[in-house]
Design a protein around this ligand. Structure first.
Ligand SMILES: [Zn+2]
Length: 269
């Protein structure tokens, strides 16, 4: 499942390619044919993300709300666009660019009020300029749930996925099984501001890097990580490999339906 930085990046990519101009829209697969017909010929006036939700704003028709879910994909290309395959739920097209959406969990036209209801269900997003960690803290500080599970709960904090959760807890030395209510205010503030920095960098680089400069491969004289996922990380998908800092084997366990990774040597707080 893509994490929030990917969705914010997709919002920016849409606006860069299609913003301020009329787009052609079609649903070759047919499932969004009515919506695409309404959007066709309209001007894309806004593109924004909240957590893992993407919103494309067409003033005359409302918003196209997209959630990629586990299997959804959005791909961009330049014209001439190839004939779309019948798996494309939504194709947007102008003179220079096209975007193909396949396999999303959600792709629907929504009103301003529907969109607001989605925002209201979601927690603050470290990548939204007007959000802060306050609302999340109110829930976390009262919770008997582990901080690792809370970080994955989109109602509490939106956009954090499996990689950022594992890495931010490592960076702050926090035991993932610690209960929300046992976290201190200063620990939470440090986690929130670190997520803001890490996730902004994720949007910029289009990948997740969480390793501090002094722990990068060159600085430590170690080989770089080889993984489809890309960037340098401390614990994510490094189960049974030695921790870069203390040498303890990184551990894994299932938590909140996803694999959690942590270093029992470093994460003792
Ligand atoms: Zn360690």
């Amino acid at each position: 499942m893509p994490e929030g930085h990917t969705i914010h990046r997709l919002a920016a990519d849409h606006f860069e390619r299609f913003g301020g101009r009329a787009v052609r829209a079609a649903s070759p697969q047919g499932k969004f044919a009515d919506g695409a017909a309404l959007v066709d010929g309209q001007v894309l006036e806004a593109a924004e993300a909240h957590g893992k939700h993407l919103f494309l704003g067409f003033a005359a028709t409302g918003w196209v709300h997209i959630h990629l879910g586990l299997f959804g994909k959005l791909g961009f290309g330049t014209t001439p666009a190839p004939p779309p395959t019948d798996t494309v739920r939504l194709r947007l097209l102008n003179e220079r660019h096209y975007a193909d959406l396949r396999g999303p969990t959600a792709c629907a036209l929504v009103t301003d009020a529907d969109k607001q209801a989605i925002h209201d269900r979601l927690g603050p997003d470290p990548l939204r300029a007007d959000d802060d960690g306050e609302r999340a803290w109110r829930r976390i500080s009262r919770s008997r749930t582990s901080v690792a599970a809370l970080l994955m709960d989109q109602k509490i904090i939106a956009g954090v996925g499996n990689v950022y959760r594992a890495e931010v807890l490592f960076r702050h030395g926090i035991d993932p099984y610690r209960l929300g209510r046992d976290l201190t205010r200063s620990e939470w503030d440090a986690i929130w501001s670190d997520l803001v920095v890490l996730m902004r960098e994720g949007v910029r680089n289009n990948r997740i890097d969480t390793v501090r400069p002094e722990h990068e491969p060159e600085a430590m004289g170690r080989p770089p990580r080889v993984d489809d996922h890309g960037g340098e990380v401390y614990v994510y998908r490094r189960a049974a490999q030695p921790c870069h800092l203390c040498g303890t084997d990184v551990r894994t366990a299932e938590l909140a339906a996803r694999n959690l990774f942590w270093c029992p040597g470093c994460q003792t707080r």
